[in-house]
Design a protein around this ligand. Structure first.
Ligand code: SIN
Length: 527
């Protein structure tokens, strides 16, 4: 089949590792799953493309949502999640998330994750579309970093997880719809390696780098979704991309996230004329669902002709700002902005992919022995629009649910010879991939962004057609493989967005602005 593998290889000719459980990805979902798997006696190997210090999870600022407050309940958290998901949440997945979430967060506290407190009580803040203050945070706005620190420390103490950094997974080894492991490129040695494994868990994160502006790190190129799709796994809800409303817009500065918690603490959005505009768009004003706030900002930018709007924190006491948001304060200060006195220029940027590799509520994909959790996976828990601070929770809850299934699967799988895998294509000589990556980001941002039309999506699909010749090219290394993966995932997003002739959550069509009951269903794509 054309384009099944990114490179030519022969599994008999390559060095190999054998492991019981291969986990691809070292963010919260990957590390947590590894820890829990090791706890029940499995021997996991975690592969990360970069290092565990450079993940989306580690960048999470606002926090982790859990119904732990006295006046809160899983039921209220359930209602908020369903409402934000705009009619597409899987009810059972959401029930699992909100009911199992508090226990998972308590586990983090037990292993030393140091969440902020008000006296002895956990401090909780509010974020968009939450009806209660239920967002736990750490070191003010460094929640993800603290959770990752605690998990990494736990895994080190436990000493049962093999962590291999700088391994780029090229493709999954799937025969007769059974996953036997993965082919990877070891960036430390420059060699390809085969990982034979009884089960594989994909926890390789999202795809924000498909867009020009994103809160995601360089590594977020959608690789896991691309190689799972090439291997025959079903993907779902790919049209739903969440754009975070408030990322920093300053020359020289990256599109750094300005946490929604800032609005949760009372900051207001103003246009370039100084007018507060969110109350005109939604009853919850600055705390409306993210898709609503992002679109409102884009409309205000179009009206005023500016490339940003402004976040005004000056109503908050200086000391509160510095204590509550030390990372944001310091980052903005590095670019000459004192957020205790000045407004922060902000605009939306790609943040989170609701879609991904389709799983059930135990992380099982449509391929035997292949599981997925975290942002790579899609069991429908976020529907068409993720509720703020539900993503770290998702990584824990669904990572945990994979473990028992994997144990049973491994127990049942007979020790057998691995099939022979190889690819010997007549690849054409390689051209330059770098300019294609730039064009891809431009195409996705212009045509498959927060405001879509048939015309824009047609242009995007034409771009993918034009570049389909790349499938016949041998990738010379991980950076070129990333471009191939980005093209694969970008096309999936554009195709699904074209199919869905309505607007819902993170998918907005200017030419089909209404939400239609006939579209209250998922788009599932399989190669
Ligand atoms: C934020 O802090 O605004 C991001 C949190 C999230 O994406 O849930």
């Amino acid at each position: 089949m054309e384009g099944r593998y990114l490179i030519n290889f022969d599994s008999r000719q390559l060095p190999y590792y054998e492991t019981e459980l291969l986990i691809i990805g070292g963010g919260i979902a990957g590390l947590y799953t590894a820890w829990k798997a090791a706890e029940i006696g499995l021997k996991p190997t975690v592969l990360t493309k970069g290092t565990i210090d450079d993940t989306n999870s580690g960048r999470a600022q606002g926090g982790i949502a859990a119904a732990l407050g006295e006046t809160d309940s899983p039921d209220l958290h359930y209602k908020d999640t369903i409402l934000a998901g705009a009619g597409l949440c899987d009810f059972n997945a959401v029930k699992i998330l909100v009911n199992e979430g508090p226990a998972r967060v308590k586990e983090l506290i037990n292993i030393g994750a140091n969440f902020d407190r008000c006296g002895k009580e956990l401090a909780m803040t509010q974020e968009g579309a939450h009806s209660k203050k239920r967002i736990l945070h750490a070191h003010g706005d460094a929640t993800g970093a603290e959770i990752m620190r605690a998990l990494a420390a736990q895994i080190k103490v436990q000493d049962k997880v093999e962590l291999l950094e700088q391994y780029f997974v090229i493709d999954l080894l799937v025969d007769d719809n059974i996953c036997y492991g993965a082919l990877a490129f070891d960036e430390n040695t420059g060699q390809c390696v085969v990982f034979w494994s009884k089960a594989v868990v994909l926890a390789s994160g999202g795809a924000g780098q498909l867009y020009q502006y994103t809160t995601n790190p360089e590594v977020a190129t959608g690789d896991g979704i691309a190689f799972a799709y090439r291997a025959g796994a079903e993907v779902m809800d790919m049209e739903f991309v969440q754009f975070h409303p408030t990322t920093l817009v300053l020359p020289e500065a990256p599109r750094f996230l300005i946490s929604e918690a800032v609005r949760g603490e009372g900051a207001q959005l103003r246009n370039s004329r100084g007018e507060r505009f969110m109350p005109r768009y939604h009853g919850m004003a600055e705390l409306a669902p993210r898709d609503v706030v992002s679109r409102a900002i884009l409309y205000e930018m179009a009206k005023t002709g500016e490339d940003c709007v402004y976040l005004d924190l000056t109503c908050l006491p200086r000391e509160t700002i510095k204590k509550r948001f030390p990372t944001i304060t310091a980052t903005c200060a590095r670019y000459g902005l004192d957020i205790t006195r000045e407004l922060i220029p902000v605009a939306p940027a790609a943040h989170y992919l609701m879609g991904g590799v389709k799983t059930n509520c135990h992380g099982e994909t449509s391929v035997y022995g292949l599981y997925a959790c975290g942002e790579t996976a899609c069991q429908g828990v976020h529907g068409a629009n993720r509720l703020a601070s539900n993503s770290l929770l998702d990584g824990l809850v669904f990572g945990n649910r994979i473990v028992d299934k994997v144990r049973n699967y491994i127990k049942l799988s007979a020790p057998e010879e691995h099939p022979h895998f190889s690819c010997q294509e007549l690849f054409e000589p390689a051209g330059s991939f770098t300019c294609i990556k730039k064009e891809l980001k431009h195409t996705m941002s212009e045509n498959v962004g927060p405001l879509r039309t048939t015309q824009r999506l047609t242009q995007a699909l034409a771009f993918f057609d034009k570049n389909s010749w790349l499938q016949k090219h041998r990738c010379r290394g991980p950076r070129e493989m990333e471009v191939r993966n980005m093209l694969e995932v970008g096309r999936l997003i554009a195709e699904a967005a074209m199919m869905r002739t309505e607007s819902r959550g993170g998918h907005f069509r200017l030419d089909f602005p209404e939400t239609m009951s006939r579209w209250q269903k998922h788009i599932i794509i399989r190669r």
